[in-house]
Ligand binder design. Structure first.
Ligand SMILES: [Zn+2]
Ligand SMILES: [Zn+2]
Length: 107
């Protein structure tokens, strides 16, 4: 379970980020925080990324405050060594609060 916070992307921004070249996601207007519960700092949701890109667009917002900001940030550089000696990547941005979100621990 992640942080339960959600927010809404404006229709304009949703259309704008959905139209980026080589986009990975269907950008929806409702965005859920991708961080772990009780994380530090602002809530964060990944809005869009590009195929083979090492950067993603993240939106940040605070509880009880109107509006948000969207930043293009590098991926989290921290990796995790699995028991089988392969490497798991973190799905979040560099410098995120809370726990890392390892790619194979979804569920
Ligand atoms: Zn959050
Ligand atoms: Zn991380």
């Amino acid at each position: 379970m992640g942080c339960p916070a959600s927010t809404v992307l404006t229709e304009t921004d949703s259309a704008r980020y959905a139209a980026l070249p080589n986009s990975v996601y269907e950008t929806s207007e409702e965005q859920w925080c991708a961080l772990s519960p009780g994380h530090d700092g602002e809530h964060a949701a990944e809005v869009q990324s590009a195929v083979f890109s090492d950067r993603s667009y993240w939106m940040f917002w605070n509880d009880g405050e109107p509006g948000y900001r969207i930043l293009l940030l590098p991926n989290c550089p921290v990796t995790c060594r699995r028991a089988d000696h392969t490497t798991a990547l973190c799905l979040l941005y560099a410098g995120h609060g809370g726990a890392h979100d390892w790619i194979d621990q979804k569920g």
